[in-house]
Design a protein around this ligand. Structure first.
Ligand code: AMP
Ligand code: MG
Length: 348
């Protein structure tokens, strides 16, 4: 299949490109589109066959449900059987934004979308192109991240092109995603709100409007409440380690590992903060990728997936990432780093 890449201005989206994309979606095709978190691989959420194709195109495990994107509360109402007070508060105060709400689903939401669960995941994205596309098509859009399953999520149109070229008819390319991490998945179907996946909206922000919010700790033995969480994700091709501890010790350990890697003739990539880069530079890794300043976690979040992909582009065989404090966005950043490394964490 030939893939068209339509460049689209985020501030002033071209109506023709939106019309073309909307027509494809209405005819059951798949279109990649930008959101503020990462790029999505969208299909009509009410068309089970179109949604089934998303799984094929991505190579996504069948039991990993999709998030449905809406542009109004009214559209969300049609998908949801019952709202809770916490859900009402979130929708009113935090949408549009990087927050996905899990709620009891209405009957006509296809099982294909929810992987047979009786709840549905819904989000209103904060991106003019995503909102305009939903408006133009008149459809709720089921959309997982637009990467091949297992690879780092795409935060630029080029990342989508890399993974989806030849697989889908159209990519809407609006450049970089501002948040750069997937949404926070919050189960608001029960008594106490529970974060199933940390993401672009910090727990602290949720607690400001909801009071205490729990954090789900999926264990290997139990059935995860969010099926997607049991899979390896975001992984670069090289072997990856996250180094966690006091900064001096982390820098020492990274230096040691680079020396060891050089000795083994491995191509070495480092993902670290702006503050640590000068210390690591002296060891001459093959790639030194600055994620951003320690003082500006938003910067780190926005550049993380691009850094993991760059490691692959450069043929890096050993990736070492500096760990982060788990407060604020740090929780989601560490969650992605740990998954990318297959939980190979070096505590120093
Ligand atoms: P992705 O689309 O790749 O960002 O992944 C979507 C995430 O949302 C996965 O971790 C899913 O497990 C989770 N998710 C989607 N629907 C539900 C649901 N009904 N209940 C719990 N988790 C869900
Ligand atoms: Mg994904």
């Amino acid at each position: 299949m030939e893939t068209k890449r339509a460049y689209i201005n985020m501030e002033d989206p071209d109506p023709e490109a939106l019309k073309e994309a909307a027509a494809l979606l209405r005819s059951g095709e798949i279109v990649a589109f930008p959101t503020e978190t990462v790029y999505g691989l969208g299909a009509n959420a009410l068309n089970a066959e179109a949604c089934a194709r998303i799984f094929e195109v991505k190579g996504r495990p069948q039991d990993n449900p999709l998030i449905v994107h809406v542009n109004s509360r009214m559209m969300a109402d049609k998908l949801v059987a019952r709202w809770t007070e916490a859900a009402e508060i979130c929708a009113r105060t935090l949408w549009p934004g990087p927050l996905t709400l899990i709620l009891p689903k209405n009957d006509f939401v296809p099982d294909r979308v929810t992987a047979g669960l009786d709840t549905v995941a819904i989000r209103m994205p904060d991106h003019p192109v995503a909102l305009a596309l939903i408006e133009e098509s008149g459809l709720p859009l089921a959309a997982p991240s637009a990467n091949l399953s297992g690879r780092p999520s795409p935060t630029t149109g080029s990342h989508v092109w890399e993974d989806m070229r030849g697989r889908i008819p159209l990519i809407l390319d609006a450049g970089s995603c501002e948040v750069g991490l997937e949404s926070t998945v919050l189960d608001v179907s029960g008594e106490v709100p529970v974060i199933l996946r940390p993401g672009g909206l910090a727990r602290e922000e949720l607690e400001k409007v909801l009071g205490p919010v729990e954090l789900d700790h999926p264990s290997a033995s139990s059935v995860p409440r969010s099926p997607g969480l049991k899979y390896r994700h975001y992984a670069p091709r090289g072997e990856m380690y996250v180094v966690v501890g006091a900064r001096e010790k982390v820098l020492d350990r990274i230096s040691q590992e680079i020396k060891k890697g050089h000795y083994q003739h491995k191509k070495i990539g480092i993902l670290c903060t702006l503050e640590s880069a000068p210390h690591i530079q002296t060891e001459q890794p093959d790639l030194l990728y600055v994620l951003g300043s320690q003082a500006r976690p938003r910067e780190v979040a926005a550049s993380l997936f691009a850094g993991l992909r760059l490691c692959d582009q450069r043929g890096i065989e050993l990736v070492l990432a500096e760990g982060f404090e788990e407060g604020g966005l740090g929780l989601a950043i560490m969650n992605r780093l740990e998954k990318a490394s297959g939980h190979k964490t070096l505590y120093v």
